[in-house]
Each structure stands twice: as C-alpha cells, then as structure tokens.
Write a protein that binds this ligand. Structure first.
Ligand code: FAD
Ligand code: NAD
Length: 475
C-alpha cells in the first residue's frame, strides 16, 4: 500500500458540491485531494441536470417539427420528421464529456490532486482509496490501495435513486440513469412518480412519440409545488396525451412481466402494459457502503445533519450537497462547497441564503424562490401576493407562450419581497432575477421602479410587483 502522507483538505465525491469546494480550496492555496470513484462532475454532469436538459431540448425541437408537420399557424410545413435516438444520445454524451473534461482541467489548474477510486472512511482524518483506473500518480494504479490523511474531511458523496420494494430496479424497470441513455425508444413507458424526474423525462419520452402513463401516489402532480403552479403543467401533459393515474399505489410487475399492477384508493386494481418502467420516487443520500457509519455522525432522517456552516457532529468533518439532504439541487451543493473551502481558509461565512431557487424543467417550466403565499401564512407572516398572467404579455404572445403567470409575495408592512413563483415557457431564466432581488432585500417598489426591457417575458415580473402595489399597467 502506497501512502500520501498528508493533505489539508480531502474531498470525497467529485460532483458539483465536491468539485466546486476543491476548486475554491485550490484558489485559496489549501492543499487539496479529491477522490472520485466514477466520473468527475457527479450526478449533475453525468446522469442528472445536464443530460436531462440536453434531452429536454432535443425532444422540444423534435416536437416542434411534429407540430409543423401536422399544421402550424406560423405557416411552417415539414414532412415526415424522424428521430435517430442513438445520435441524440451521442450528442448529449458529447456535451457531458466536454463539461466533465472541463472540470478535470479546472481542478488541475488550481492544483487539486484527483485520485480516481472508491474512498472508504477509516476515521475522521483517514480515508483509504481503492484505485479504479490505471495511471502513474498516487492512487492511479489499478487495484492499488492508498491511505490519505487529512486535517479536514469533506463528505460530498451525493445521492442515489430510491428503489421501490415492490418493483426493484433491473430489466425493464429503470432509474433516470438508464432513461437518459436509451438505445431505442420503448413503445409504452410507465413512469412511477410525478415529481421532477418523472415529469421532466416523461415529457421528453412523450414528445419523442412514446405512449406515457404516469402513476403518482399523491392526489396531484408535483406535490412539492403549490397547486396553482402545477395546474398549467398538468393541463399541458393532458393535452399532450400523457395518461395520469393519481392517488395510485404500485403493486409490482404482473406475473408475465408485461404490465405494472397498480391499485387505486378504492382498492381497484389496474394493469398498465409497459415496455419500460421509469421509477422516479425520490433520491436518498448515499450514506452506505463506504465506511461512513464508523464516524457515527448525527443524522437528520437519512441525511447527515449539518449546521449553517456545513459542519457535521464531528470536528473538522464537513458535509455538503445531497448527502446532507433536501433540497437536493446542484446549485445548493455548489454554494455549500464554495463556503466550506472559504471557512477552511479562515474566512467568516454562514450558509443563510435568502432563497435557493428551484426550477422544474417541464413544459411549461416552473420556477420558485422563497415563500409561496401558503408558506408565508404557515410562517405567520402577514403578506400580500399578486400575479401577472403571460396572456397579457406581448412577448409571450409572439412566442406562442401565453400560458402561466408570475407571482410575487411580499410583507404587507414594509413590502419586503419574501417569495417569487412563475410557471410558463422559459421561466427558468427568471431564477436569477428572483434570487437576486431577494438577496438584495428588494421591496415591491424596487422592482416596480426598475425599467424592464420591452418586449420581454421579464416585464411580467415588474407587472406582478406593480399589481401587488395596486397599479398594474397592462391588466
Ligand atoms: P453528486 O452529484 O451525486 O456527486 C457525488 C459524487 O460522489 C459522485 O460522482 C459519486 O461517484 C462520488 N462518490 C460517492 N461515493 C464515493 C466514494 N465512496 N468514493 C469516491 N467517490 C464517491 N439539480 C438541479 O439543481 N437542477 C437540475 O436540473 C437537476 N436535474 C437533475 C436531473 C436528474 C435526472 C437527477 C438524477 C438529478 C438532478 N438534479 C438537478 C440534482 C443534482 O444532480 C444533485 O443535487 C447534485 O448532483 C448533487 O451534487 P453532490 O455534489 O451533492 O452529489
Ligand atoms: P421527487 O421527490 O421530485 O418526486 C417523487 C414523486 O414520486 C413525488 O411526487 C412522490 O409523491 C411520488 N412517489 C413517491 N413514492 C411513490 C410511490 N410508491 N408510488 C407513486 N409515486 C410515488 O423525486 P424525483 O423526481 O425522483 O427526483 C429526485 C430529486 O432529484 C428531486 O427531489 C430533486 O432534488 C432532484 N432533481 C431536480 C431537478 C431539477 O432541479 N430540475 C430535476 C430532477 C431531479
């Protein structure tokens, strides 16, 4: 066993949390080693955010051509469009490769030592790595084991898909990972879970011509968002021909494996024929199989418990990203990683964002930051809220995107904005305006008094603030 004597910071996991922490640590001159057992970039770059958004875009483009072939009000006509899914996946893989190589180059540039292999925690200052790739550097020889000692241990091992006990992964039952790299398209797809993954990928497959049925345990789709936001998405899915079975429980595959057996609240059973089944019922922090239990860290449910500096219950052992629970979002992992590196460098930081924006890349998209009207009420805040519909926005009309609205929530006493929500085509790009206004402590008057370029969808942001003040101009 060869040994790296010592490093100041050891990061386990090269996803957005871990690699950002390592880059920032490198910038700050902290000797840093990062251990990654698969590909740099983690879930986000390889099997999550980026590949899903690539396929969403490809499906959207294909869907447009289908609509044009059928009859477009814009006067565009195309004939017999077809999709070569292998080529689509290869294009998506090209983007992933470019980004993961970029992460490798950035880590190198900032002097971070990357060790390829599976990390096993020995104690709070020692990790053993079984190398997985060939190479000449420490930990790069195939099968070689390396012991690394550190002053600070940063746990950023991410999360993995939750399996259904009644229908475990295998064969035709797949997770998002397989659904993001189809070799061919199934004729009939059953999606279990109408959350982020189920609806983002369910929409992709439907747009590519697959018959899609979504089974959801709750009584409505996207239960994490308020009903008003989820409604335009539900309407669009129905219009697109996606079948929805709400309030249904999955019993498992039928005896011949050809269908998914589901049960309604009234006890009635239905068999849904399926060539493939995508199970997307949530993700769980990856806490098992790599010696983490030896540290006996405090937990918050399945996740590691951390404080507002991402410290675990053990001194100089930190945790970030999905391993530390909800919200399991890449930008939250990155922000935490950056902060931990700065804390180790001696800076004063706390993780107390005014808002962590969230986007659901369905069609239409949903974006939220801060509190919804119901959240504000539950927090005993006396708030006003107002919406502005895209139906009254000129730019939305020119984009054939008049479904949806922007909503603002602000304190009644001083008009401080405490939340934003929007649903509509392309509203993911409003995430920056929403989060910035909240981080800067904006009041309704600040947004209402800012000149918003015309014609843009962003004018609905200004109009929502004007409406909350009682004097919207265009409605
Ligand atoms: P991860 O990205 O999971 O990285 C953890 C890394 O640690 C992995 O590379 C893993 O191989 C490595 N690792 C684990 N254990 C060990 C070990 N013992 N030794 C060595 N290495 C180890 N979030 C968004 O914000 N926007 C989106 O649009 C979005 N879309 C998504 C779509 C899908 C299909 C999925 C599945 C997720 C999506 N997410 C999205 C969530 C996002 O991917 C995660 O929140 C994010 O990747 C978490 O980052 P992380 O660094 O905590 O963990
Ligand atoms: P999710 O929590 O978004 O949705 C899971 C859905 O499955 C919920 O609606 C839940 O009610 C339902 N469900 C749970 N158990 C069920 C059962 N037995 N039968 C039927 N339905 C059941 O989880 P996900 O879609 O798997 O995504 C996992 C996580 O990945 C998300 O929470 C999010 O943090 C992240 N993600 C984010 C994005 C994004 O930011 N755009 C995209 C994809 C994934």
């Amino acid at each position: 066993m060869s040994q790296i004597e010592h490093t100041r910071l050891l990061v386990i996991g090269g996803g957005p949390g871990g690699y950002v922490a390592a880059i920032r640590a490198g910038q700050l001159g902290i000797p840093t080693v990062l251990v990654e057992r698969e590909q740099l970039g983690g879930t986000c770059l390889n099997i999550g955010c980026i590949p899903s958004k690539a396929l969403i875009h490809a499906a959207e483009e294909f869907d447009k051509t289908i609509q044009y072939a059928e009859a477009s009000p814009l006067g565009i006509r195309v004939h017999a469009p077809a999709i070569d899914i292998e080529r689509t996946v290869a294009w998506k893989d090209g983007i992933v490769q470019k980004l993961t190589r970029g992460v490798g180059a950035l880590l190198k540039k900032h002097g971070v030592k990357v060790v390829r292999g599976e990390a096993r925690v020995i104690d709070g200052k020692t990790v053993e790595v079984s190398a997985t790739t060939g190479g000449e550097g420490p930990g790069e020889g195939q099968g070689e084991r390396v012991r690394i000692q550190c002053e600070h241990l940063l746990l950023a091992a991410g999360s993995e898909p939750t399996a259904l006990p009644s229908m475990p992964f295998g064969g035709k039952v797949v997770s998002s990972t397989e659904a993001l790299s189809p070799k061919s398209l199934p004729k009939r797809l059953v999606v279990v879970g109408a959350g982020y993954i189920g609806l983002e990928l369910g929409t992709v497959y439907r747009k590519l011509g697959v018959e899609v049925t979504v089974v959801e345990a709750q009584e409505r789709i996207l239960p994490a968002y308020d009903a008003e936001l989820a409604k335009p998405v539900a309407d669009a899915l129905a219009k697109r021909g996606v079948s929805m079975l709400l309030g249904h429980k999955v019993l498992g595959l039928s005896a011949d494996g050809e269908a998914v057996r589901v049960q309604g609240r009234d006890g009635s059973e239905t068999a849904l024929p399926a060539d493939q089944v995508l199970v997307a019922v949530g993700r769980r922090p990856r806490t098992q199989g790599w010696g983490l239990e030896t540290l006996q860290l405090d937990r918050n449910g399945a996740a590691l418990r951390i404080d507002d500096q991402c410290r675990t219950s053990m001194r100089d052992v930190w945790a970030i990203g999905d391993l530390a629970g909800e919200p399991m979002l890449a930008h939250r992992a990155m922000a935490q990683g950056e902060m931990v590196a700065e804390l180790i460098a001696g800076k004063t930081r706390r993780f107390v964002p005014a808002a962590i924006p969230a986007v659901c890349f369905t069609d239409p998209e949903i974006v939220t930051a801060g509190l919804s009207p119901a959240d504000a009420e539950a927090a005993d805040l006396d708030c006003i809220s107002a919406s502005f519909p895209f139906a009254a926005n000129g730019r939305a009309m020119t984009l054939e995107a008049t479904d949806g609205f922007v909503r603002v929530v602000a304190r009644r006493d001083n008009h401080l904005i405490v939340g934003w929500q929007a649903v509509g085509r392309g509203v993911s790009e409003l995430a920056a305006a929403f989060a910035q206004s909240m981080e800067m402590g904006a009041r309704l008057e600040d947004i209402a008094g800012t000149i918003h370029a015309h014609p843009t969808l962003c004018e609905a942001v200004q109009e929502a603030a004007l409406r909350a003040l009682g004097h919207a101009l265009h409605i």
